[in-house]
Design a protein around this ligand. Sequence first.
Ligand SMILES: CC(C)(COP(=O)(O)OP(=O)(O)OC[C@H]1O[C@@H](n2cnc3c(N)ncnc32)[C@H](O)[C@@H]1O)[C@@H](O)C(=O)NCCC(=O)NCCS
Ligand SMILES: Nc1ncnc2c1ncn2[C@@H]1O[C@H](COP(=O)(O)OP(=O)(O)OP(=O)(O)O)[C@@H](O)[C@H]1O
Length: 197
Amino acid sequence: MSFSLGLTGSIGMGKSTTAALFAEAGCAVWDADAAVHRLYDRGGAAVEPIGAAFPQATMSGSVDRTVLKELISNDDAVLKTIEEIVHPLVQADRKSFRAESREDILIFDIPLLFETGAEVEMDAVACVHVPPEIQRERVLARGTMTTDQFEQILAKQMPIADKLARSDYRIETDTLDHARAQVTQVIEDIRRRMPHA
Ligand SMILES: CC(C)(COP(=O)(O)OP(=O)(O)OC[C@H]1O[C@@H](n2cnc3c(N)ncnc32)[C@H](O)[C@@H]1O)[C@@H](O)C(=O)NCCC(=O)NCCS
Ligand SMILES: Nc1ncnc2c1ncn2[C@@H]1O[C@H](COP(=O)(O)OP(=O)(O)OP(=O)(O)O)[C@@H](O)[C@H]1O
């Protein structure tokens, strides 16, 4: 029996970095954003349905994220349509991962864990957090989104205080060493709670 730990947080608060720390400690990691990348790539299961809804976004045979972001910026309804296509495909990908993994602790890095109801599949949830000004600085420093695109995505996400209140563990991502120490504690706590083989 494995333990499923959902890992969430607001955009740019350190989910992927923290997931890598769990992987370093021997946990298997599934990443929702990476699953979306596979679904959007040439031959991925989202290419055809996204192309049917937004032909201009799949002209190259894969989903063009820049075009998607432009469409989302111009019309709020676009993201909802994309989500209706993508979320069931992402859920199916997660099911296969769970069936194939042999590690005792499985980490599910899911930005929209609570928003999509995925927490019902989890044994516990950990939420990463930093103050909003550091979040903004880190996201804009990546240079992949404009301030407007960042604000628009942020407005679609549940406030971080609500995510933290609904989580079993909180991981502050102010420094790597601090985050690593908290990850070690979470793993120890989970192993204490797990029935021994
Ligand atoms: C909006 C898109 C085009 C942005 O692509 P881009 O490559 O710039 O960013 P990336 O995919 O790495 O996402 C960055 C972050 O944005 C946030 N985000 C992404 N999609 C959403 C969404 N639908 N609602 C709220 N936040 C979102 C997440 O925190 C994510 O970690 C892309 O994220 C997308 O197609 N999203 C829709 C699919 C979805 O809902 N994915 C979320 C995982 S299930
Ligand atoms: N513990 C930490 N200490 C210092 N910097 C960190 C820490 N965790 C994350 N960061 C930095 O914050 C930025 C965002 O981190 P990361 O990509 O892990 O966030 P994310 O939540 O996965 O983002 P997104 O929601 O966009 O997928 C990166 O530049 C990363 O280096």
